[in-house]
Ligand binder design. Structure first.
Ligand SMILES: [Fe+2]
Ligand SMILES: [Fe+2]
Length: 164
């Protein structure tokens, strides 16, 4: 069953938003690699890949519902980072915006009685919960490190151990 127009637009916008998140994480990865924080760099690259997977899942959902896919333009991500803390603050703010967007789509689907969207969107609501918690924990740990090189390097190697 086709998505109604407003919901189709919202789902398409979400494809674009997930791709924009992917690009933003890749920019963060490049910043960390440039600062020789290669563990954080690889963590961000894994994150960039994950956002691409999200974009593909939204894209496939739109196609499965029989609606056309239309990817929008992607703005240049922020690149003027001056500290590790700034990068993770930016990442957290980004995840919070994505969470809001997905909640908005869920409300739209709910108001329109589009039952077929519910399980798909619920899995993303859950996902966003986890993503926000993960980034929040890292940000708090960066703040605890307080710019101390040895603590930052320890966190860097910890994050480098992430398996996708
Ligand atoms: Fe995502
Ligand atoms: Fe995410």
């Amino acid at each position: 069953m086709k998505l109604p127009d407003d919901l189709a637009r919202a789902f398409n916008d979400q494809i674009t938003m997930e791709l924009a998140s992917s690009v933003a994480y890749l920019q963060m990865a490049a910043y960390f690699d440039g600062e020789n924080l290669t563990g954080m760099g690889s963590w961000m690259k894994a994150q960039a890949e994950e956002e691409k997977v999200h974009a593909h899942r939204f894209l496939q959902f739109v196609l499965d519902r029989g609606n056309p896919v239309k990817i929008g333009s992607i703005e240049a991500p922020r690149s003027d980072f001056e500290s590790v803390e700034q990068v993770f603050e930016t990442a957290l703010a980004q995840e919070q915006r994505v969470t809001e967007a997905i909640h908005d789509i869920y409300r739209l689907a709910s108001d329109g009685g589009d039952l077929a969207s519910f399980p798909f969107l619920q899995s993303f609501i859950e996902e966003q919960n986890e993503e926000e918690a993960t980034v929040e924990t890292i940000l708090e740990r960066v703040r605890l490190a307080g710019g101390e090189s040895s603590a930052i390097l320890l966190l860097d190697s910890e994050l480098g151990g992430r398996t996708a």
